[in-house]
Write a protein that binds this ligand. Structure first.
Ligand SMILES: Cc1ncc(COP(=O)(O)O)c(C=O)c1O
Length: 390
């Protein structure tokens, strides 16, 4: 039977998990007032950097006594600044359940070589047993595992009276999931994720207890200048009002400020979360009625509302060797890219083969809606092509 192309296409085919879709209404014109060609230490540039920090605090509802700094190297830079600056004072419990958090395990165990470390690692689609965390230790985790589509359900498992610090990579959770600041001591994100900003700049959000650690503990290893948050044993306060460690891109700053203002104009955090929830619900409804696909995360309580990771369950495909499943998924996602219906929706390179669709607030629900018939079309077409080639 000949397959017919679905009638409607998503207005914007941008469903990548980072850099994520620009916010609706974004135009290059938004950047026209950037103070280009100016020093980032000029009054005008410092004001824009400070505004980026202030708006981040406002939209994410970060307590006034938390420090927020712009850090080089995107989310990775912010996480590694935290790991290299804070760890070593206590034992470490690190929880990982997908590729990026496994990278933090490797940083801690293989590179910082911290002996007193316990790593709790779960397979794609699962959470490790969070109840095993010992909060006398520092506890490292990613709030939302972007490459498996698994998130922590909340912060109830984190002790309010902990002695150690929590270090949380929240890059694919912030602006889409509620972060419990009382339970988070060092939190990171990148502008390229949920608000559709640009890469290369990260943010590090420090609780008063994290600041106290910085002021009372000096790690025994050398710290590159890019990671240095203290000088002479004191916090460099200037970093947390926008005087960055090295030179930022003022175009990226302006773009991020625009995205934050967009988030504010919608109604702030609640509205951003509601949009991600509506998008992910739409995709979930489709998965529920579709026979060939399912979530990597079978438990809805730990399922992400931003990075939705799907596996192909149709027996004709799921029983193929893993390399052929990967070829099938690449053919399916490649077809959608060629049709300009969906860009960059293949699963992450280290994750099980499948499909990954970003459902954060900058994506329109109508585009998720328009995408699903195309997913069915691409599956049927690719399956037919594979059968013919066999
Ligand atoms: C959970 C998580 N951590 C870290 C990163 C790395 O982010 P960046 O490339 O912004 O450093 C990503 C990127 O997707 C991520 O999803």
């Amino acid at each position: 039977m000949a397959l017919t192309l679905p009638a409607a296409r998503p207005a914007r085919p941008h469903f990548a998990c980072g850099p994520c879709a620009k916010h609706p209404g974004w135009q290059l014109q938004t950047l026209k007032d950037t103070p280009v060609g100016r020093s980032h230490r000029s009054k005008v540039a410092k004001a824009r950097l400070k505004l980026a920090i202030d708006l981040t605090r406002e939209v994410l509802q970060i307590p006034r006594n938390y420090r927020i700094g712009i850090i080089p190297g995107s989310d990775t830079g912010a996480v590694e600044t935290a790991l290299w600056s804070l760890l070593g004072a206590r034992g470490v419990d690190v929880f990982a359940w997908e590729s990026f958090s496994q990278g933090w395990v490797s940083d801690i165990v293989d590179h910082l070589k911290l002996g007193n470390t316990r790593a709790f690692v779960a397979d794609y689609g699962e959470l490790p047993d969070l109840s095993r965390a010992n909060f006398d230790n520092d506890v490292v985790f990613a709030w939302n595992g972007t490459t498996s589509g698994v998130r922590v359900p909340n912060a109830d498992w984190i002790a309010a009276d902990r002695k150690g610090l929590t270090i949380c990579d929240a890059t694919s959770a912030a602006f889409a999931q509620r972060l419990d600041w009382d339970k988070l001591d060092a939190t990171t994100l990148s502008w390229q994720k949920a608000l559709g900003g640009e890469a290369a700049h990260g943010m590090l959000i420090l609780s008063p207890r994290a600041v106290e650690r910085l002021a009372t503990y000096a790690p025994p290893w050398p710290l590159p200048k890019l990671f240095r948050l203290t000088e002479g044993g004191k916090l460099i306060e200037a970093i947390f009002v926008g005087q960055t460690i090295n030179t930022p891109s003022l175009i990226c700053v302006e773009d991020y400020v625009g995205a934050l203002n967009w988030g504010k104009s919608l109604g702030g955090l609640d509205a951003l979360i509601a949009r991600a929830d509506a998008n992910s619900k739409r995709l979930e409804d489709w998965v529920a009625r579709t026979h060939w696909v399912d979530f990597l995360a079978s438990d809805p309580k730990i399922r992400s509302n931003t990075s939705l990771c799907l596996k192909i369950t149709d027996p004709a495909i799921a029983t193929l060797p893993i390399t052929e499943q990967a070829i099938f998924a690449q053919a399916l996602t490649g077809l959608l890219e060629a049709e300009r219906v969906a860009f960059d929706i293949g699963s992450y390179r280290d994750a099980p083969p499948g499909i990954r669709i970003w459902c954060g607030a900058t994506v329109e629900t109508s585009d998720i809606e328009a995408l699903t018939p195309w997913l069915d079309f691409a599956f049927a077409k690719t399956k037919g092509d594979f059968a013919k080639a066999a």
